[in-house]
Design a protein around this ligand. Structure first.
Ligand code: HEC
Ligand code: HEC
Length: 358
């Protein structure tokens, strides 16, 4: 009997101390950066300001297969707002991507032709700065904005036109006929419709206080936003939400970990696959819970959040990211600092003085 008691006590003590370990270890200190360090680190990680001139824009956004011209951008703009591209002539791209309201529709899920909801309950992402992303859609299945634009016109639950119907509608408008003939050697084709829309989308970039800070203006961000920016870098949010668009550069697993820590028994014992009810059942790329990392520019204007619009408050979305992508429970203060930083990404569409004619 005695032979068992001692090892049992030792084993219990080992297990007990394992549970205490995370409380006994020194807490990781989060570094506070000076303004210039913050800027230097961000710029060195490719978190760059949005160009303020058309000349600079062309360097970052031009597509050699669809070169930007003034006429093409103008034509794309008309098409973006034209309800003739939907079967019942009531829906345009701008119906679900409201440009002065964050570039999305503020609904949990998109509503298209005949009031149909997106069959996978997908949330409309913003079109603002989308051209900077390396892939389009929640699962990254389209390579650029040109390829993307063909999707919603044909989707039966969005605009519901066949390619031929779309061409017929466009040909019906004499203004379009002359513009297409002037811009494209092949005139009106479905591909050229998507090229014109894509060209316009390449100009839908927004600049904000964050850009001014990156360009050297220390007072463009509040101290709170700077603290949040430091946390965003320090905690590793920028590992996924990076690049000029602060996102859109890679496809990542979500949730990466079930719980912030294996010591959170309540969380560990629950059998939830998603940190929220998985409305719509969409599982991303290859059904592997992999999603194109969302663009965080203008994020404070694009509630509700996540691919299925299941989370309303930005604070909650940030806390979910901390728990499931980083593996920490963010404090109230950390969360509100990060939210202050994210708000500094709210911008205005740049009015580029487009100088390339034709
Ligand atoms: C009925 C609402 C609706 C309409 C109309 C609509 N969209 Fe969308 N848009 C969505 C939804 C929902 C998604 C996400 C779909 C997905 O990931 O499968 C999306 C995705 C996008 C994306 C990808 C953004 C990113 O960051 O991945 C772009 C760009 C876009 N739409 C542009 C357009 C254009 C251009 C048109 C018009 C030709 C258009 N949309 C019409 C709802 C709509
Ligand atoms: C490992 C990669 C990764 C890390 C690290 C990460 N995220 Fe995310 N983030 C994602 C992915 C993927 C999604 C989309 C998930 C979905 O919609 O299902 C997302 C979604 C979001 C959203 C909602 C976006 C929208 O348009 O609905 C916010 C806000 C966000 N992340 C902020 C943060 C913050 C703040 C941090 C750091 C605390 C962070 N993320 C860390 C990958 C990451």
């Amino acid at each position: 009997m005695k032979k068992i008691v001692l090892p049992a006590i030792v084993a219990l003590m080992v297990i007990f101390s394992l549970f205490l370990l995370p409380y006994l270890l020194p807490k990781k200190k989060f570094q506070l950066y000076s303004d210039s360090d913050l800027r230097k680190i961000a710029l060195s990680r490719n978190m760059l300001p949005i160009p303020s001139t058309y000349k600079e824009l062309l360097k970052v956004i031009n597509n050699t297969k669809n070169p930007l011209t003034k006429d093409k951008i103008l034509l794309g703009k008309q098409l973006f707002f034209d309800t003739a591209l939907s079967k019942d002539r009531t829906i345009s791209c701008a119906t679900c991507h409201i440009l002065n309201s964050g570039g999305d529709d503020d609904r949990p899920t998109a509503i298209g032709y005949l009031g149909q909801k997106n069959p996978k309950h997908l949330n409309s992402p913003t079109v603002l700065n989308a051209a900077l992303a390396k892939a389009q859609f929640w699962d990254g299945r389209a390579k650029d904005v040109e390829e993307q634009a063909g999707g919603p016109i044909q989707a039966h639950f969005e605009m519901n036109l066949t390619q031929n119907e779309a061409i017929k509608r466009v040909k019906h408008n004499p203004y379009y006929v002359s513009m297409f003939n002037k811009i494209f050697p092949a005139g009106i084709t479905f591909i050229n419709i998507t090229k014109a829309i894509g060209a316009y989308e390449r100009t839908l970039l927004t600049r904000s206080n964050y850009d001014k800070f990156l360009e050297g203006n220390n007072s463009a961000l509040s101290d709170k936003a700077k603290k949040g920016f430091g946390l965003f870098i320090n905690l590793g949010c920028k590992g996924c939400h990076t690049g000029m668009s602060v996102g859109g550069q890679s496809i990542q697993k979500f949730p990466l970990r079930k719980c912030a820590s294996v010591y959170d028994l309540q969380c560990m014992l629950s059998n939830q696959k998603f940190p929220f009810e998985n409305v719509g059942g969409f599982l991303g790329k290859d059904n592997q819970q992999k999603f194109r990392v969302p663009i965080l520019r203008n994020i404070a204007k694009t509630s509700p959040y996540f691919h299925n619009g299941a989370v309303k408050k930005l604070e909650d979305a940030v806390k979910i990211m901390g728990r499931h992508q980083i593996g920490i429970e963010l404090t109230k203060e950390q969360t509100s600092d990060i939210v202050a930083f994210l708000k500094s990404l709210n911008g205005e569409i740049v009015d580029y003085n487009i100088s390339v004619k034709k």
